[in-house]
Write a protein that binds this ligand. Structure first.
Ligand code: FAD
Ligand code: MLT
Ligand code: ZN
Length: 440
């Protein structure tokens, strides 16, 4: 995004866990700060060196350690790129339990450290459930080997959970044991245009009821985001006339065991939606080929990159009640209009997309000619207050990094923050592990 500028003058690229341990011991002895870095795709400034801490890049630790095709348990170095792991297990008919637009660059260690959600969370749950074990180098250089491959292990405190979403502040993840699901026999998707945002919730209920266990994604794109996608060559996915003045779009994916059966369900769903007395959709399409399937996903996954092409994006990744998605986006647009900051001279677009099935809205505010302090001042803390007033979370899946340390209190009580500090103090009393991130 060009929003964060690291200060580091040294990057170390260890090849083994032992080398990571030696580096950390050396740094602990001299109180040198360390910023663990994976694929550097994080969106909250977590992997940058704020004050000349060294960067410890995991990219050279990229070996698969083992894969058991019977249990689906994969053990890998933290620096393996997510897409490479998917490619590795694909011939065994398994898939990674998470998928995100950054899959070609992000690393499994970075995914775990941010507790990345992404496009498959609805189906396979969070990494807090699918990660079975971790190997971590602690801030004094000790290697914590909890690389368990057990499905069940209730032997006291589950320490690994602290590193899942720990954003590198408690230690460096060097190895991962993760449960991978069998690849579905059939995947399909549909793309729907809705006349009004108010139809999203009833649609979600109908889709869940009709598709049942085969639904694997339910993603939201508002009109501004869709039009932006079209401008940048994503699509068209639907006939422009039939889309008319639709307010928003929904992508539904199914992953099932029988293509014929899944297609029957999807066709029936589409027919039901289009022929109802008061149709919830204006139009919709069911992908007819792998390339159309990919084109539908490209529209959703390509939005992040389009935002960058439009200007400089202020990105807010929030959890709010589903019914409030569009209200939050509209409130922000109205705020910028009332401040005289809406238009090509300042904020050119305010849009929402995201994982509606998980209650996760990505609110993107585009500053056409670049980041400016007065724009940020108009957006923050306003947005965090709006989210807090709806009992939401100021970070649904991207983490806190350096962007949201000052906003943590909108979603965490004083008591929670105090105990987070105590945990940090126990693991990292010298405060060398990713200092200045997560905790204010
Ligand atoms: P980095 O960006 O390198 O680091 C992220 C944080 O983790 C930093 O705090 C860093 O210090 C720490 N870290 C990295 N590796 C380690 C390690 N081995 N040990 C300890 N700490 C470590 N996120 C989602 O949740 N869902 C999405 O759908 C999603 N889609 C995205 C789409 C695009 C196009 C882009 C650019 C980003 C997207 N993201 C998404 C955000 C980002 O990709 C994820 O947060 C990803 O998991 C970060 O992985 P990374 O390897 O790039 O980590
Ligand atoms: C997404 O779901 O597309 C990602 O989280 C990235 C983004 O918020 O742009
Ligand atoms: Zn997302």
């Amino acid at each position: 995004m060009g929003k964060y500028h690291g200060q580091a003058n040294s990057v170390l690229r260890p090849r083994t866990t032992e080398q990571v341990s030696e580096i950390v011991k050396y740094c602990a002895h001299r109180r040198i700060g360390i910023v663990p870095q994976g694929g550097n795709t994080g969106l909250v400034g977590g992997s940058i060196s704020l004050q000349k801490e060294i960067v410890l890049s995991l990219g050279a630790m990229n070996n698969v350690r083992s894969f058991d095709p019977v249990s689906g348990i994969l053990v890998a170095d933290a620096g393996c790129i997510l897409q490479s792991l998917s490619d590795y297990i694909a011939p065994h008919n398994h898939i990674m339990p998470l998928d995100l637009g950054a899959k070609g660059s992000c690393q499994i260690g970075g995914n775990i450290s941010t507790n990345a959600g992404g496009l498959r969370l609805l189906r396979y749950g969070s990494l807090h459930g699918t990660v079975l074990g971790l190997e971590v180098v602690l801030p004094d250089g000790t290697i914590l080997d909890q690389l368990s491959t057990l499905r069940k292990d209730n032997t006291g405190y589950d320490l690994k959970q602290l590193f899942i979403g720990g954003e590198g502040t408690l230690g460096i993840v060097t190895g991962v044991s993760i449960l991978t699901p069998p690849a579905p026999q059939a995947t399909n998707n549909i793309f729907l245009a809705l006349p009004r945002f108010d139809n999203v919730l009833p649609l979600f209920q109908i889709v869940k009821r009709q598709l049942g266990e085969i639904m694997s994604a339910f993603e939201y794109i508002d009109r501004t985001a869709y039009d932006m996608g079209l401008t940048h060559g994503l699509g068209p996915l639907l006939d422009a006339e039939e889309v008319g003045d639709s307010e928003c779009f929904i992508l539904v994916e199914t992953s099932g065991g029988n293509n014929e059966h899944d297609l029957e369900k999807l066709n029936h769903l589409l027919e039901h939606l289009l022929t109802a007395d008061q149709p919830l959709i204006n139009t919709g399409t069911l992908s007819q080929s792998p390339s159309q399937f990919n084109a539908i996903w490209a529209m959703r996954e390509g939005l992040t990159e389009c935002c960058q092409k439009e200007g400089k994006p202020y990105k807010y990744d929030v959890s709010v009640p589903l019914a409030d998605f569009q209200k939050v986006v509209d409130a922000v647009r109205e705020r910028m209009i009332s401040k005289g900051l809406y238009g090509d001279h300042a904020i050119s677009k305010v849009m929402g997309y995201g994982h509606v099935g998980d209650g996760n809205l990505h609110l993107n505010v585009i500053a056409k000619h670049g980041y400016r302090p007065e724009l940020e001042a108009a957006l923050e803390p306003f947005i965090y207050e709006v989210v807090a007033s709806r009992k939401g979370s100021v970070s649904a899946e991207h983490g806190i990094g350096s962007m949201k340390t000052h906003a943590l209190h909108y979603s965490k009580s004083d008591v929670s923050i105090e105990w987070m500090r105590k945990v940090k103090q126990v693991f990292d009393p010298l405060n060398i592990m990713n200092p200045g991130k997560v905790l204010p």
